[in-house]
Design a protein around this ligand. Structure first.
Ligand code: DC
Length: 214
């Protein structure tokens, strides 16, 4: 039996992972999964249900309720996709992303999504979730460029956004994601690094497709 095709795309917020991964997945005929949806959904449910970010047992219990499908996330049958981008989850999100038991539970769910092949975007996909795949990419871009992209994204969704606030949020998450002890944001030793500053989505997609080993 041939092994399913797994492509890992990691990098900081705003590096272009979703836009690129969605297109790579389409081209390869496999689903695209944004792994951050799991962390965001746990953070949102914890906030909604008053679960403290150090109540490991109750946090872990939230994970089996989640279902991620076609770029949407559900808790049982409730669609949480719009809620998980609300700014009020930010503090919770960084705290919960550091809890090893929550990460383990999420990793198991993510591995099961790869049965039919997958392009998965995140922070630790090449280092922790699928370290065995030969297809690992790490996207970077300057803070200024990443802030501009996120602002444009918000405006397209019809949401308000403040550049200064956005810069503080992204810079804060960069520090939290790369300095945490469990599964910090960093390229796998064998990842292909791609700087996306001033490079359009098409070019990045082409670069990845050229490298993918089936
Ligand atoms: O990709 P995103 O910005 O939606 O991710 C939100 C947060 O979730 C991110 O700041 C840290 C956490 N996360 C993680 O720890 N590991 C992943 N693979 C994906 C996201």
């Amino acid at each position: 039996m041939t092994r399913p095709l797994v492509v890992a795309v990691d990098g900081p917020a705003g590096a272009g992972k979703s836009a690129v991964s969605r297109r790579v997945a389409e081209a390869l005929g496999v689903p695209f999964v944004d792994s951050g949806m799991f962390y965001r959904a746990v953070a949102w449910l914890a906030l909604e249900e008053g679960v403290a970010s150090d109540d490991v047992e109750r946090l872990v219990e939230l994970v089996p309720r989640l279902r991620v499908e076609a770029e949407r996330v559900f808790s049982q049958d409730r669609d949480l996709t719009a809620d998980i981008h609300r700014p009020e989850i930010n503090d919770n999100l960084s705290a919960i992303s550091q809890v090893a038991a929550v990460r383990d539970a999420i990793n198991q769910r993510q591995r099961r999504l790869a049965d039919q092949g997958v392009v998965m975007a995140g922070r630790d996909i090449g280092t922790v979730v699928f370290p065995e795949t030969p297809n690992k990419f790490f996207l970077t871009a300057s803070l200024g460029e990443r802030v501009r992209r996120r602002l444009a994204q918000k405006l397209r969704r019809g949401e308000q956004a403040d550049a200064g606030e956005m810069e503080r949020e992204i810079a804060g998450r960069d520090v939290a994601d790369s300095t945490r002890l469990v599964a910090p944001l960093r390229p796998a030793p064998d990842a292909v690094l791609i700087d996306t500053d001033g490079v359009d989505v098409d070019q990045v997609v082409r670069r990845i497709l050229e490298q993918v080993k089936r």
